[in-house]
Design a protein around this ligand. Structure first.
Ligand code: F0G
Length: 385
């Protein structure tokens, strides 16, 4: 590392940017919502109503420094670039479109924050009522701001996510309001498209997919997507690679029911999005990991925050703490089960939500800002030491 205050020349390992080019067919795909893009693989007919904010088609970003640390080619599926800043939009376009098709006038969910933000935006788009139940004081500021700003009714439950989910399931059984948590199969249908995109971008599946696991809907969805992509390519993907990735799920140590094999009564972690003690899709998540030759493991909050800072500072990618769990797990445990034989060469880590969702944790984990008097001297003193 240079000690000069203003190093000149290209940074070590820095790559020149690609030259600008005109829009191609691929670029225009990126402006299309995912039901439109993948309608032939989703339960929607041509004339069904579609509630969309042009979600999906997120970038798969190569991570050179992470690749170096891990000794494999690692890519980040940057789901924070969806319209409301998380992967939930994939499921929500499908669940809200289906609710509108059924004539529903209202949607509800329990949420640690991102589902609430996404529901609120898609309900606003559809012109129907949105109601979200969140654990009181336990969701990140950006998510709360989104849910309120989009006009959802936000109810702060004096209880945790698992209790909120139990309540909304009961309400939806007794009243004409559509439940759009990931217990709703349309959510899984929408979210499986992220796997299609990865297979298209890599011309085949990765050897392993690392993903944070909370309520276990997303890992269920990816596994369905990868299996469907493999079924659609019966002769394989041409290069002799395995036709399915190992599914590797990571949980926060204070909210690790799948690792323990039993529910956690009072889940606690800095990764508020995955502060969940009793995942709704428990069996399906375990099936994905076991039958793919993957694994489940946990990481503590310090490891999560290390990965969170590493991604922001070394890769230039800002995700929320829960998302960094996939990378923290990869760094701590690798992507191979203890019995695993061969090393994965190509790994995708899913970054589920944008870093701006949780500004407080970012500020808490950063050095203080530097005060400066409005003079050249004062500024020089700071920059030149
Ligand atoms: N990452 C983020 C940023 C999330 O918001 C969630 C879940 C997960 C990972 C885990 O995904 O539940 O499908 O296993 N958030 C839900 C919510 C629970 O209410 O926003 P999962």
């Amino acid at each position: 590392m240079s000690t000069a205050p203003f190093p000149s020349g290209p940074p070590a390992g820095g790559a020149p940017g690609a030259p600008a080019h005109r829009l191609s067919g691929v670029d225009s795909i990126r402006r299309m919502g995912l039901i439109e893009r993948y309608r032939d693989r989703l339960p929607f007919a041509d004339d069904d109503p579609v509630v969309s904010l042009n979600e999906g088609s997120t970038p798969l970003v190569h991570a050179p420094r992470l690749s170096e640390r891990v000794g494999a080619e690692v890519y980040l599926k940057y789901e924070g670039l969806n319209p409301t800043g998380s992967f939930k939009d994939r499921g929500m376009t499908a669940a809200v479109s289906a609710a509108v098709r059924e004539g529903s006038q209202a949607v509800i969910c329990a949420s640690t924050g991102n589902t609430a933000a996404s529901l609120a935006a898609y309900a606003a788009r559809a012109g129907i009522r949105g109601v979200v139940l969140v654990p009181d004081g336990k969701i990140a500021a950006g998510k709360l701001a989104q849910a309120l700003m989009h006009g959802a009714q936000v109810i702060a439950l004096k209880g945790n996510f698992d209790e909120a989910l139990r309540l909304v399931r009961e309400i939806a059984e007794h009243h004409p309001i559509s439940l759009v948590n990931s217990v709703n199969d349309f959510r899984i249908e929408g979210q499986k498209t992220a796997a299609f995109e990865i297979v298209e971008d890599l011309d085949g599946p990765p050897d392993a997919l690392c993903i944070p696991v909370g309520n276990a809907g997303n890992i269920t969805a990816y596994w369905k997507g990868f299996r469907e992509a493999a079924d659609a390519a019966p002769d394989g993907f041409g290069d002799g690679r395995p036709r399915l990735p190992r599914m590797v799920g990571f949980q926060a140590r204070g909210a690790n029911p799948l690792v323990r094999g039993e529910p956690v009564a009072d889940p606690e972690t800095v990764a508020s999005a995955i502060r969940i003690g009793n995942p709704a899709r428990w069996e399906q998540a375990m099936d994905a990991m076991v039958s793919s030759g993957g694994r489940v493991a946990d990481v503590d909050d310090a490891q999560i925050l290390d990965a969170y800072r590493f991604l922001a500072r070394e890769e230039g990618v800002f995700c929320e703490p829960a998302s960094a769990t996939s990378v923290a797990g990869l760094l701590a445990h690798g992507a191979v089960s203890p019995e695993g034989l061969d090393r994965p060469e190509r790994i995708v880590c899913v970054l589920t939500g944008h870093g701006l969702k949780d500004p407080q944790t970012a500020l808490d984990e950063s050095p203080p800002v530097i005060p400066c008097e409005p003079t050249l001297k004062a500024l020089e003193r700071i920059l030149l030491g």
